[in-house]
Write a protein that binds this ligand. Structure first.
Ligand code: ADP
Ligand code: MG
Length: 428
């Protein structure tokens, strides 16, 4: 039966990937295109060997390993599979050998030229593309062959059975490619996650090291500063050294500020916790950002009617907000609009910064907040990360929603400590 044979094919096609994921994924050989090519070549030969002959046609899924090897293994793996099919087909001989060659070459050329674009797509789209690329050549071949038989001396009698065959063939093929490419994608994702984890671990260690060095440098700096101040106070006001000492001290202050900023980034420190009136604080930040907005030709609005109080460090909170609003303004073109609003939401308070700027793609959205990720020429890729750290330390959350070309909405949710709505104070 066709169905049984084709299901056998599905198994034959999945075997190389299963073997690969279970035994070779983390070994060096698993990454070799020669190895993948050989596995897929083998499964293509097996497909040919167990193909089902009916209506004068060989029904098999040999294009599936061919397409998959090109897409996931590159030209070398694809080439090996291609040659294996050609070899096996030549040995099988039979009529229409030339036709077989042409169809294999046609089936191989599409993924060969498409592979670059394939890798620019996202996971889900890649699976769909793989299905299309695998199913097209076989359907074209099928239709050519069937029409050829239709006009030849022995026309097809049982059309409904043939249609059923084609339907079955299509469904099983989709299942086979779909499964195979899903397995491949899982391997790829796992590998990427591993890499990212190693990278993050390394950065984390580096960050901690740098932070402890910065901390160690700050102490002698403080001592040096103290003695220099002492020397300056003992120096005559009109002496040469007096001026030099002033210069040295101001440079020292700068070095100290840089170190403090860095330490702040590495670990936000909440020095002075105070009761903040959020609407006033946000209004201050918005006023601070106005000059930048004007320079950029962006309208910066705020809607801060709610009266909400929060216990936190004023400067840290302002810093977090400045970074988000600055990004919103920078992402917006001349004539655009950025709006900052404050909404009380039950036990939480939400600050929403909405712009109608250039927005972000899904890929960009997933990278935002990773260290040094920036799309700007003079960007640092630190702003969002600092905001995230600060809001995290305040036990809040930042959620980015964005659509390319339409704009971005950043919502910062913070747990509320106390709220004053009716003029009476309440604790809680
Ligand atoms: P920088 O501003 O130095 O580039 P950030 O960490 O502040 O670093 O931002 C990282 C990146 O995130 C930006 O380069 C930009 O591409 C993107 N981004 C952040 N906010 C927005 C926004 N509101 N609209 C569009 N893109 C944004
Ligand atoms: Mg920024």
């Amino acid at each position: 039966m066709l169905a049984e044979k084709l299901l056998l094919h599905v198994f034959v096609i999945l075997v190389p990937i299963l073997v690969y994921t279970s035994f070779f994924e983390n070994r060096r050989i698993g990454r070799s295109p020669y190895f993948l090519g050989m596995m897929y070549g083998l499964s293509a030969i097996l497909c040919l060997a167990v193909s089902y002959y009916s209506y004068g046609l060989y029904w098999d899924l040999r294009y599936v390993p061919l397409v998959l090897s090109f897409l996931y293994g590159g030209p070398i793996a694809g080439g090996i599979t291609f040659l294996s099919i050609i070899g096996a087909r030549t040995l099988m001989n039979g009529d229409a050998l030339l036709f077989g060659y042409i169809s294999i070459a046609l089936a191989a050329s599409v993924p060969f030229f498409y592979v670059k674009r394939f890798w620019r797509q996202q996971t889900k789209k890649r699976i769909i593309t793989a299905i299309w690329l695998g199913i097209w050549p076989s359907f074209i071949m099928l239709s050519i062959l069937i029409s050829w038989r239709y006009f030849s001396e022995n026309p097809i009698h049982n059309l409904s059975e043939l249609l059923l065959y084609i339907l079955l063939f299509g469904v099983i093929q989709i299942v086979a490619i779909g499964f195979a490419s899903m397995l491949h994608e899982a391997v790829i994702e796992r590998r990427m996650m591993n890499k990212e984890m190693q990278r993050a671990e390394k950065l984390n260690t580096l960050g901690e090291l740098a932070a402890s060095i910065a901390h160690e440098v700050r102490n002698p700096l403080t001592v040096v500063k103290g003695f220099l101040q002492l020397m300056k106070s003992q120096e005559k006001q009109n002496g040469d050294n007096y001026q030099y000492l002033g210069l040295v001290l101001s440079e020292l202050a700068r070095a100290e500020a840089i170190i403090n900023d860095y330490l702040n980034f590495a670990k936000p420190q909440f020095e002075k916790i105070e009761r903040l009136d959020l609407s006033t604080t946000i209004f201050d930040v918005v006023s601070l950002m106005h000059p930048l907005a004007i320079k950029q030709g962006v309208e910066l609005d705020s809607d801060l009617k709610n009266e909400v109080y929060l216990h936190t460090d004023r400067n840290q909170f302002k810093q977090a907000l400045v970074n988000v609003i600055k990004n919103a303004i920078e992402a917006t073109d001349h004539g655009g609009r950025v709006k900052v609003s404050l909404v009380a939401a039950g036990q939480n308070v939400r600050i929403i910064v909405k712009d109608n700027g250039k927005g972000m793609t899904k890929e960009q959205l997933s990278r935002i907040g990773t260290l040094f990720y920036t799309t700007k020429d003079k960007g640092t890729g630190l702003g969002t990360l600092v905001s995230l750290r600060i809001i995290e330390a305040m036990e809040g959350k930042i959620i980015y929603k964005s659509e390319p070309g339409k704009g971005t909405e950043v919502s910062i949710t913070l747990p509320l400590v106390r709220q004053l709505n009716d003029g009476k104070s309440c604790t809680g």
